[in-house]
Design a protein around this ligand. Structure first.
Ligand SMILES: Cc1cc2nc3c(=O)[nH]c(=O)nc-3n(C[C@H](O)[C@H](O)[C@H](O)COP(=O)(O)OP(=O)(O)OC[C@H]3O[C@@H](n4cnc5c(N)ncnc54)[C@H](O)[C@@H]3O)c2cc1C
Ligand SMILES: *[C@@H]1O[C@H](CO)[C@@H](O)[C@H](O)[C@H]1NC(C)=O
Ligand SMILES: CC(=O)N[C@H]1CO[C@H](CO)[C@@H](O)[C@@H]1O
Length: 427
């Protein structure tokens, strides 16, 4: 940045993973940053937070941002095996479809990852308890004014910046202002999920049981496929088991503010009874023992044609709502932030349009591919039909079917954007 220029300023709406990642990337690029987040504080950030998978490149980016990179490795567990298996509860058998022992991910809890990223940022850049309401672009198109409501006082304030970063999640109201007709697409299924905390109960029957039937817990990402349903299971650091069970069903009625459903005791009981008909008793016992399981309604959307308009740019789930099957969302959010930061640094505020154009052309092809691939993998695993083929029948799965469902075969799985390489070392 040229010293005679004033420091450019970004207003980031949303203080979840994408928002805090942008704060890191933009501060590193020499920008001033203000994060506007409606939740009252960091831990309240996402009530839906659970397990996340981080790929090696995402880990490197995080390590380059936080003060003590060893903390990342202390806060996550390795996931070195990606396994797809089939459970046939009627025949009481199971078999392995694919097993990749060179998987190189790490498992994190949402709150741990968020805490790690958030705690190494200056606290005065955060406006917690501030709800974004609207924005307007100045007549000369050089600045943007954001209106936000302060929850505690009810006051409405104006915040002015050079760039507005929309990190407000898959229901983004900023995206909505540019694309009023853009709709999320219901995937056809919802996910029950939960994290079972077994600290102090390491030797309980439940834990001994689950470790007997899923022997590689602690290093394996298990996908267990039933008939037109599947379940994901892996261990998190600090004695926690993360599980997700996808169920085909009509779209539930939603209020438009959230993709999680409040569930009654009755619904939880029904879910537990259904589980008995599909999963092994040891997994059912784990589900039953989990406090406060919740339901995520699964959405994605058709890839967008553009992710910036003038001086407003989308990142994270706002830019590419995705189904979770390929564990890409967090990776995509981190990469969005890192690439955006590098583009801003490379082009400078005087060439903001070129910077945003390079960000868009680097990210759009990758995220569009990954969103569509994840959609396809979800439909395969849920036994739903594809536009171009029959539903996947596990009993006569070909090696081609099994190719697609492996994490390592996600498009762009191991390609790193040029702008993050060479002279643009991230660390
Ligand atoms: C079942 C399931 C499993 C998943 N598993 C994984 C996984 O294994 N790996 C993975 O990488 N990802 C996973 N994800 C996705 C991941 O949780 C997030 O989607 C991802 O981290 C991207 O987050 P984000 O910051 O873009 O959006 P969000 O986390 O949705 O954050 C948006 C933020 O914006 C704030 N906000 C919204 N509107 C306003 C407003 N008007 N004013 C102020 N603030 C506002 C919200 O409060 C929120 O904090 C999974 C998702 C689901 C549903
Ligand atoms: C799978 O089969 C093996 C071998 O029969 C058995 O030991 C294991 O408990 C089974 N696991 C599950 C999840 O069904
Ligand atoms: C979409 C995306 O950014 N994917 C990246 C996730 O991380 C891998 C490296 O592990 C990159 O190669 C991908 O480009």
């Amino acid at each position: 940045m040229k010293s005679e220029m004033k420091q450019p300023k970004a207003v980031v709406v949303g203080g979840s993973i994408a928002g805090v990642s942008c704060a890191h990337a933009l501060l590193s690029a020499g920008w001033q940053v203000l994060v506007v987040e409606k939740s009252s504080g960091p831990t309240a950030g996402s009530p839906t937070g659970a397990g996340l998978g981080l790929d090696p490149w995402a880990c490197d980016i995080i390590a380059s941002w936080i003060c003590d990179s060893a903390l990342l490795y202390k806060a996550t567990l390795p996931l070195t095996i990606d396994q797809n298996q089939v459970t046939d509860i009627d025949k009481k058998t199971n078999y392995t479809l694919t097993r990749d022992e060179e998987f190189n991910f790490r498992a994190a809890h949402w709150a741990d990852l968020h805490g790690l990223l958030h705690s190494s940022l200056p606290s005065d850049i955060f406006l917690w308890g501030h709800q974004f309401l609207s924005f307007s672009i100045s007549d000369d198109k050089n600045s943007v004014t954001v209106k936000a409501k302060v929850h505690q006082t009810g006051e409405i304030i104006d915040i002015v910046g050079d760039l507005l970063v929309s990190a407000d999640g898959c229901l983004s109201s900023i995206r909505q202002t540019f694309l009023p007709n853009h709709k999320l697409r219901y995937a056809g299924y919802c996910a029950w999920r939960g994290v079972y905390d077994f600290s102090g109960n390491e030797d309980s029957e439940i834990i001994k049981g689950i470790r007997t039937v899923y022997q590689d817990l602690g290093k394996c990402l298990y996908f267990d496929l039933g008939t037109q349903t599947h379940c994901v299971l892996y261990e998190l650091l600090n004695k926690r088991m993360n599980w997700i069970w996808y169920i085909n069903q009509p779209e539930p009625e939603m209020n438009g503010n959230s993709v999680t459903l409040k569930v009654s005791k009755e619904t939880i009981k029904n879910m537990q009874e259904d589980a008995e008909r599909i999963w092994v008793p040891e997994l059912v016992a784990l589900m039953k023992a989990t406090d406060e399981p919740f339901v995520n309604v699964i959405y994605d959307s058709e890839p967008l044609d553009r992710i910036f308009w003038n001086n407003v740019v989308l990142v994270g789930d706002a830019a590419h709502p995705s189904t979770p099957h390929c564990l890409r969302s967090t990776n995509m959010s981190l990469l969005d932030a890192a690439v955006l930061g590098k583009c801003l640094e490379k082009w400078g505020i005087e060439n903001l349009q070129s910077a945003l154009a390079e960000y868009q052309s680097t990210r759009l092809p990758v995220v569009a591919n990954q969103v569509l691939h994840s959609r396809r993998v979800g439909r395969i695993k849920q036994g739903l039909s594809q536009a171009d083929s029959q539903p996947f029948d596990l009993k006569c799965a070909t090696s081609e079917d099994c190719f697609e469902i492996q994490q390592k075969n996600v498009p762009f799985f191991s390609s790193v954007p040029d702008i993050l390489l060479n002279n643009n070392k991230i660390a």
